[in-house]
Design a protein around this ligand. Structure first.
Ligand code: PRX
Length: 635
């Protein structure tokens, strides 16, 4: 165990203090001792958060795959790196050793080179949760190509937007993806997306489902053909610490998604540090994060964090409810999972199922439970603790973001206290601050405010791909000199943080970040819609659900048809995860005199409030509020 990974509360306190007193000495020593660098750095950190300009380990040279794979081969060649559990429980699982992983990644890397991928090229990966997805990600990193993984639930339009934004010349996909009893037609979706993309020169198609697909001469190539005969040796490209490792898109307050840019050195150090500290992974443990690699959680805590730590990471292709709602617990039993990391929305939906589905499975291997992606409510926390952890497993409620690269505020399993609904304490190196609306830092310990981070940490995003000004405007302008998270938080008298939710135009539905503007843009494309306002409201299982208030150009004759058309439009343009739960037609939307839609009022109406809207007399059209309430009541 490294001296930098806390193994007691006293050590956590000591490390935290050291990391704040001298961050550069702290991160510099950890990075030097725990990783393979080809060349050491000149400076641990140089930064100016006003610009913002951030560099970690400047001048250092490395390859992250050498740290995730090669360095483990001397002692762990035959230990399992990736445990692959397929969608269909009757299909055999795979235990992929570090040696096999090395061979697969190198062959994939050579395949990429053979189709013309060079260092710095952007490669879009739109694949199901199969081992080849992990190989593809690591193969890009091996040769210095920049991966942009797009979650395989996104629509053709969203995929096209992401391919174009990063001008990806290469797309890696599959003929289809299994999701429970359904097959997602990934290649068809890629074909549709590519009608809108001129930048793509090659598409590599992995055969997973055997679905009938079109292969286009000169563009599409089968994975198994392209990889045939490729060598299992591929020298890692020597990368600068600040070279881009990947781009990952997250929703923004405008319709356009933001391509968050993470770089090689700092991201590696931070993903590894947080994985080991939070989960307290011990050699031999089986660790399972149920996220998809299409999200940051999968990048940091299925691939890079665990593999850089030489861990066994379980990769699950399926969904919690297939073939039955006991699938998670069956997989825990089957593979004797020790550390289980999932989302509150999954916990809430599984808690509604017959408890015998849990009780008939042997969950005694579990030591640590985790949650991520949204606030966990107390009932769900207690259920998880009682029924899955049997009151015997610490629950790490991990708060972080695509932008932060790794976990920021969380208990350390078995080391620091857990408190239901609290993400609790910052990790060493993380300096949270609460700000009031006037922009002042709140000095009192017990307080509520906007959550900012006052000092750089290695895993932080460096920019938005192609739009540094937007990066500055979004994260570094509201509270100059600090990173603004977009979340609100409360702090108790012991310094524990409780995240209260987004304070901007992003709604978290089932743990997925959705920009309200992106959904409105989709709805507004319906010929009958003149304008729309999308808000989130509390939902028992999803955490939040989407309610769309729409104003029509002419009244609709068939409300059900209109609702279906709008739903389909959102599913096609943004993706099925963004479909509104409710669509409320209204005669007008409440507006300020400057024409801004008053979402605050609509949020209250969607949440069931019928009268207490504060002072609405300054609105341009205060009378419409009563109308909307009346129309909503009849829903
Ligand atoms: O609002 C916070 C919420 O998810 C947002 C980040 O979403 P995304 O970039 O998609 O990353 C999700 C996985 C890291 C945050 O701004 N969030 C994430 N974790 C928690 C959370 N809210 C409360 N508690 C958490 N543990």
């Amino acid at each position: 165990m490294s001296d930098y990974i806390a193994s007691s509360l006293a050590q956590y306190n000591e490390l935290y203090k050291r990391s704040v007193d001298s961050p550069e000495a702290f991160w510099g020593s950890f990075a030097r001792e725990e990783f393979v660098w080809r060349t050491s750095w000149d400076n641990v950190l140089s930064y100016d958060l006003h610009k913002p300009h951030i560099e970690w380990f400047t001048g250092g040279k490395l390859n992250i795959t050498e740290n995730c794979i090669d360095r483990h081969l001397a002692e762990k060649a035959h230990e399992t790196a990736i445990l692959f559990e397929p969608n269909n429980p009757d299909e055999e699982h795979l235990a992929i050793s570090y040696k096999e992983l090395s061979e697969h990644v190198n062959r994939t890397a050579n395949m990429l080179k053979s189709i013309g991928v060079n260092k710095g090229d952007r490669v879009c990966i739109y694949m199901p949760m199969i081992p080849e997805l992990a190989y593809a990600v690591l193969a890009c990193a091996r040769i210095g190509a920049i991966h942009s993984v797009v979650f395989a639930g996104f629509s053709a339009q969203s995929l096209a937007d992401r391919i174009n934004d990063a001008s990806c010349a290469f797309v890696l996909t599959a003929d289809g993806g299994y999701r429970g009893s359904k097959i997602t037609a990934l290649k068809d979706i890629v074909d549709e997306a590519l009608q809108k993309c001129d930048c793509v020169t090659r598409v590599v198609v992995n055969r997973r489902t055997g679905s009938k697909i079109a292969m286009h001469d000169g563009l599409d190539v089968w994975w198994h053909e392209a990889i045939e005969g490729q060598s299992t040796v591929c020298a890692p490209e020597v990368m600068d610490a600040e070279d881009v490792l990947f781009i990952l898109y997250t929703s923004g307050s405008t319709g356009k998604p933001k391509g968050m840019v993470h770089t090689c050195g700092g991201y590696m150090v931070y993903a590894n540090y947080t994985f080991r500290s939070v989960f307290q992974y011990q050699p031999g443990d089986v660790y399972w994060c149920t996220a998809d690699i299409g999200w940051i959680t999968g990048h940091s805590y299925i691939v890079y964090g665990p593999l850089s730590a030489g861990a066994t990471t379980l990769m699950f292709e399926g969904i919690p409810s297939y073939p039955n709602a006991d699938r998670f617990w069956q997989v825990v039993e089957k593979h004797s999972v020790n550390i289980f990391y999932t989302a509150p929305t999954a916990i809430r939906s599984l808690a509604l199922c017959d408890i015998n589905l849990v009780n008939k499975c042997d969950l005694t291997s579990l030591k640590t439970l985790g949650t991520v992606g949204e606030p966990i409510n107390e009932e769900a926390w207690e259920w998880y603790n009682d029924h899955i952890g049997k009151n015997n497993c610490p629950i790490v409620d991990t708060w972080w973001q695509t932008e932060t690269g790794g976990i920021m505020i969380s208990p350390l399993s078995g080391i620091t206290e857990t408190i239901p609904t609290f993400a609790t304490l910052p990790l060493p190196g993380i300096q949270p601050v609460l700000m009031d609306e006037a922009g002042n830092e709140i000095a009192e310990l017990e307080a509520e405010g906007r959550l900012c981070i006052g000092h750089p940490w290695p895993g932080m995003a460096r920019t938005i791909y192609g739009d540094h000004q937007r990066f500055k405007d979004t994260y570094y302008s509201s509270f100059p000199g600090k990173y603004f998270t977009g979340d609100g938080a409360k702090r108790d008298s012991n310094g524990n943080y409780r995240i209260t939710g987004r304070v901007d135009d992003i709604v978290i539905v089932s743990g997925h970040n959705l920009g309200t503007a992106e959904i409105e843009n989709a709805i507004n494309q319906h010929p009958l819609v003149s304008e729309s306002a999308v808000v989130g409201y509390p939902h028992a299982i999803k955490g939040n659900a989407i309610c769309a208030f729409v104003n029509l150009t002419v009244p609709s004759k068939d409300a059900e048809k209109l609702t279906n058309e709008i739903m389909n439009l959102v599913a096609t343009i943004v993706g099925p995860i963004a479909k509104p739960e409710r669509i409320q037609v209204c005669s007008a939307l409440p507006k300020t005199r400057s024409g801004k839609i008053m979402r605050r009022i609509l949020r209250k109406i969607a949440a069931g409030e019928r009268s207490d809207f504060g002072d609405i007399s300054t609105l341009l059209n205060p009378e419409c509020v009563a109308d909307i309430v009346a129309q909503t009541a009849t829903m």
